[in-house]
Ligand binder design. Structure first.
Ligand SMILES: NC(=O)c1ncn([C@@H]2O[C@H](COP(=O)(O)O)[C@@H](O)[C@H]2O)c1NC=O
Length: 560
């Protein structure tokens, strides 16, 4: 089978230099957001630019007394179908797409009696805002702009000839460029790049809504039926560079911060009140700290080093929680990142100030607290407006992207009948040996079980009275984590044996009794673990022999 030869476009007759200007004689304006429109139209008209415009854009311009040609008069065709067809016409698109460097294009325009545009100003129907408003499908569909993106993409493609503007914030630049004799080629290229980002972002929003709401793509066939996976067949996101960081995890690595402008409000949108610029590692640790502090409803403070907690506690207030979190491991707290789930008070600031600290992140700071902490030149102070809210998290791997639902507090597991069989709430735990814990012990176990989510696996966390007293984390076997937790509990507090009488949480089951035995020998009095090992009986027997209370949660808190 033979294929037709591909169309090879003729090379342009003229190659443009970056500073090559193109005077603006004719502009097409079609904007949903009328901000700054009258001022722009007035200035363009004053500069001798002929204006062509759609429906209410034209009315707004004409209403201000500025001469404007309606697009209908240009096309000889009425706007129709409730505005679904306005600018989708060759008289519009040929005027945008003719490459002024090509004599042939200009000759064709002449033959067809079409005048070229040198400037296209468009902003699109508010699709994302309409979805966010909770509007129904028909209303949302009407806000999928068709003619607008077509003009924007056409003008952006033809950037050697046309300047395209999609953002009212750029109108002053437009006026300045027109008055200066036209946009340079470099300016037109930059505007085109921004325009393609604009339409790409818009289309990601439309495609996401279609694939999630209108025609969900998350179902897969299984055993003769279709089951929902919760994961659409395609996910899209666009990210805008928010900051270039000094370096990455190490000084020889380059790094930047991106945000995706979808209205999220988290650490990436934090307001920095004081201190040097945030580093890559600061962000990683501050994020871990922020999440850890918000795993608790009581006032809580987490102190993070290398994405692991070296202190975590709840208290009567933020100062109390900080004092107790600092006491977990005062040695490691040096150079740490602190997060509080409440406003940092003067009392808390007085405690924090003497300890070298990289970052403090909180929902707010009392004025006196700010004054105290601002006296420390190197400390970074961040205010984040909203608690962590992400429902899913992603991790790139070579060649792909892993996506999972976030291990949230209050996770539950259910059986096939929908009955809750495990989770973070002690009422769903299974007492596998020993006396049922009294309220204080149960509260400590619940705290330890929540707090251990912040520690990298394998993790063992010893707690007493709402504060971690020893954390063993990031070890490649559970025995070492047990040893580390006990050692830290017993050596970091002036020789007090803090493991004795503490409660212990294990982020995953004990595969053997050996790790648990280390905790039992150290005097731990109650233990919470997921259970589920083939040697559970052996593990339970060890706890029973020591007379220790042990609960199984049925859920696990691995964090890699
Ligand atoms: N259908 C079309 O031909 C068309 N051409 C332009 N628009 C959009 O109509 C809006 C402007 O319309 P008006 O000037 O009537 O307010 C702009 O957001 C523009 O992106 C269109 N609308 C939707 O697709």
């Amino acid at each position: 089978m033979s294929h037709p030869a591909p169309h090879v476009p003729a090379a342009p007759d003229v190659q443009l230099a970056d500073d090559a200007q193109r005077p603006v004689r004719r502009a097409l304006l079609s904007v949903y957001d009328k901000t700054g429109l009258v001022e722009l139209a007035t200035a363009l008209h004053a500069a001798g630019v002929e204006l062509v415009s759609t429906g209410s854009t034209a009315s707004t311009i004409a209403g201000a007394g500025v001469p404007v040609t309606k697009v209908e008069d240009l096309t000889g065709f009425p706007e129709c179908l409730e505005g679904r067809v306005k600018t989708l016409h060759p008289r519009v698109h040929a005027g945008i797409l003719a490459d002024s460097r090509k004599a042939d294009h200009l000759a064709q325009l002449d033959e067809l009696g079409i005048a070229p545009f040198e400037l296209v100003v468009v902003n699109l129907y508010p699709f994302a805002a309409t979805v966010a408003s909770g509007a129904g499908p028909d209303e949302v569909v009407e806000q999928i702009d068709i003619g607008g993106p077509s003009m924007v993409r056409a003008a952006a493609k033809n950037h050697p000839s046309v300047a395209v503007v999609v953002d009212p914030a750029r109108y002053d630049d437009v006026v300045a460029a027109v008055q200066a004799g036209g946009f340079t080629y470099a300016q037109r290229k930059a505007l085109a790049a921004a325009a393609f980002v604009h339409t790409a972002t818009y289309d990601v929003a439309v495609a996401s809504w279609m694939g999630n709401v209108v025609a969900p793509t998350d179902a897969v066939p299984a055993d003769g039926e279709t089951v929902s996976t919760g994961f659409p067949a395609w996910i899209g996101a666009t990210w805008d560079r928010a900051d270039v960081l000094r370096y990455g995890e190490n000084p020889h690595q380059r790094a930047a911060l991106y945000t995706n402008g979808d209205g999220r409000n988290g650490l990436a949108q934090a307001t920095q009140l004081h201190g040097k610029a945030m580093s890559y590692n600061n962000y990683v640790d501050a994020d871990a700290a922020w999440r850890a502090a918000h795993d608790h409803t009581a006032p809580a403070v987490a102190i993070i080093k290398h994405a692991n907690p070296c202190g975590i506690a709840v208290g009567t207030d933020v100062a109390d929680a900080h004092a107790r979190a600092h006491a977990t491991d005062p040695v490691s707290a040096y150079g740490g990142v602190i997060a509080a789930n409440g406003v940092v008070t003067k009392a808390a600031a007085e405690q924090i100030a003497p300890v070298f600290t990289e970052v403090v992140v909180a929902p707010g700071f009392e004025p006196e607290a700010l004054e105290i902490l601002r006296a420390k030149k190197n400390i970074r102070l961040l205010v984040v407006d909203a608690p962590p809210a992400a429902a899913v998290e992603t991790r790139p791997i070579s060649g792909g992207l892993l996506v999972q639902s976030v291990d949230r507090v209050d996770a539950v597991v259910t059986d096939t009948e929908g009955q809750v069989t495990g989770g973070d709430d002690p009422q769903h735990w299974n007492l596998v040996t020993g006396e049922a814990a009294d309220d204080a012990t149960l509260a400590d176990l619940a705290f330890a079980w929540r707090a251990i989510r912040a520690a990298k696996s394998n993790a063992i966390l010893l707690a007493h009275d709402g504060a971690a007293v020893g954390v063993g984390m990031g070890q490649v076997n559970r025995v070492d984590s047990c040893r580390l937790a006990v050692e830290r509990a017993n050596t970091l507090a002036d020789g007090q044996e803090r493991a004795r009488g503490a409660v212990a949480a294990s982020d995953a089951f004990f595969p053997f009794a050996d790790g648990l035995q280390i905790l039992l020998d150290a005097g731990v009095r109650a233990v919470v673990a997921p259970g589920g090992s083939i040697r559970d009986a052996e593990v339970i027997e060890a706890a029973q022999a020591a007379g220790v209370t042990m609960y199984f949660t049925g859920t696990r808190h691995f964090a890699h």
